[in-house]
Design a protein around this ligand. Structure first.
Ligand code: AMP
Length: 425
């Protein structure tokens, strides 16, 4: 057994009602944090440090319902934000500081090395480092955050929760590209998928709502936010997902194109003199809803503009829904049975228009929207939006932070400060 595998085994199950976990999500120029009770998901403090490494870094946070914000010295990075969190924010809440049992880190890419969350040790850090080529913007930022958190909290266990882990159950025929096999064998080029923590959360929640155990639930999970992906879940495990080697593949997104003809890249390069970095920019930052509408990547703005007669906004929404419906149809072919279609993410949780358009497109395979339930399902409301005769369709607000907090709490070793063996479940 390797140390990576050993660390992923549940070492204890410390979830005192009063335990807290610090959840960290370090991006290249931002750091989101939350102090959360892993038992019930209650958030005591949440905040974000933005514009890190730039001119005017600022930390904003909310604690006990009050909002605060502070500008920090220019060019500061993750380490200083974590220091600020410890010295300024947590020092005002010594009771929370004492209740911290672990730190949970969101890590975007674990390659093929991680199919579960793991306690972080030097071997795990090396493995995350080895996956930098697969997530060159994200993994280095996660490593900086882990390093800073280890220095600030040397006695607390740190746990890595990977966006890719949930999709490691995909079968080979779903994740291998039809490219020369050596690209996979020698360079790890394959489909990995993202948003796994969100798809996992809604899978578990859907099982509860459907009165099924997680290992028997079959769903199609559509995570629709500024980034968007869809996953086919069979018996609680991801068997296919729309994102690939990178988050660019699949659905139309806020600024990403999703699936295109790969021949487009040669056309742009050879015929239109685009440089590689310009193609990268075009597909990741200038396409999707923004590119089609020539107006905005924001679904709310587009819905308003479309109702005011903006043709580009209407076309962007039409393409978004059409392409999504095609994926849902294809995942019906992937799964032997579908217990529910689930909408989540900012758009999935709030846009009754998008949900209604997608379900109308899917009428031929049994979907009918219940207009009243659909209109009510927004701002964190959970529940069905389909009629009694329809294929079951649910809205489930996602909660990736809670998954991270729960995984971190479950992996806390028994000899950790604040660990209370009486609370083992
Ligand atoms: P996320 O990346 O999950 O935060 O989702 C962001 C997306 O959700 C943006 O496109 C928002 O416009 C969209 N969104 C949030 N609230 C609504 C709403 N009430 N109606 C339509 N779209 C919404």
């Amino acid at each position: 057994m390797t140390s990576l595998q050993r660390n992923s085994v549940h070492m204890s199950y410390s979830r005192s009602c009063h335990s807290q976990v610090l959840v960290l999500n370090c991006g290249s120029s931002s750091l989101k944090f939350a102090v959360m009770n892993p038992h019930n998901g209650d958030i005591a403090i949440s905040g974000i440090g933005e514009s890190l490494g730039q001119d005017e870094p600022v930390v904003s946070w909310k604690s006990h319902g009050e909002r605060h914000s502070q500008t920090l010295p220019e060019n500061i990075g993750h380490t200083e934000v974590i220091r600020f969190l410890v010295e300024k924010i947590l020092s005002g809440h010594p009771e929370l500081r004492e209740q911290l049992i672990a730190i949970g880190h969101r890590v975007v890419h674990g390659g093929e090395k991680f199919s579960h969350s793991v306690l972080i040790d030097d071997a795990v850090i090396n493995a995350i480092q080895e996956c930098v080529a697969l997530a060159p913007l994200h993994n280095p930022a996660h490593l900086a955050g882990i390093d800073a958190a280890r220095s600030a909290f040397p006695n607390l266990p740190q746990v890595a929760v990977f966006d890719t882990a949930f999709h490691q159950s995909m079968p080979r025929h779903a994740y291998i590209y039809a490219l020369p096999f050596a690209l996979y064998r020698d360079h790890g080029i394959r489909r990995y998928g993202m948003h796994g923590t969100s798809h996992r959360f809604v899978t578990e929640r859907a099982a509860t709502l459907l009165n099924l155990s997680v290992d028997e639930v079959n769903i199609i999970s559509a995570h629709l936010g500024n980034g968007a992906s869809i996953t086919a879940v069979h018996n609680g495990r991801s068997v296919d997902t729309s994102m690939g080697l990178t988050p660019l593949e699949g659905l139309v997104m806020g600024t990403r194109s999703g699936d295109v003809d790969p021949g487009l890249l040669m056309h742009l390069g050879n015929r239109m003199d685009y440089a590689l970095h310009e193609i990268n920019d075009l597909l990741n930052k200038k396409s999707g809803l923004l590119g089609i509408s020539e107006l905005s990547n924001d679904c709310r703005t587009l819905e308003q503009a479309a109702s005011d007669g903006h043709d580009g906004a209407q076309l962007a929404l039409d393409i978004f829904c059409y392409r999504l419906a095609k994926y849902i149809g294809s995942y019906h072919a992937v799964l032997p049975q579908v217990d529910a279609l689930v909408f989540t993410g900012g758009i999935g949780e709030n846009s009754s228009l998008i949900r209604q358009k997608v379900m109308t497109q899917l009428a031929g395979i049994g979907y009918t929207v219940d207009a009243q339930k659909n209109d009510r399902a927004r701002f964190g409301e959970e529940g069905p939006i389909s009629t009694d005769q329809s294929a079951v369709t649910l809205v489930i607000p996602t909660n990736e932070e809670w998954v991270i907090a729960r995984d971190a709490a479950e992996l806390v070793p028994p000899d950790t400060p604040n660990h209370d063996p009486r609370t083992r479940e």
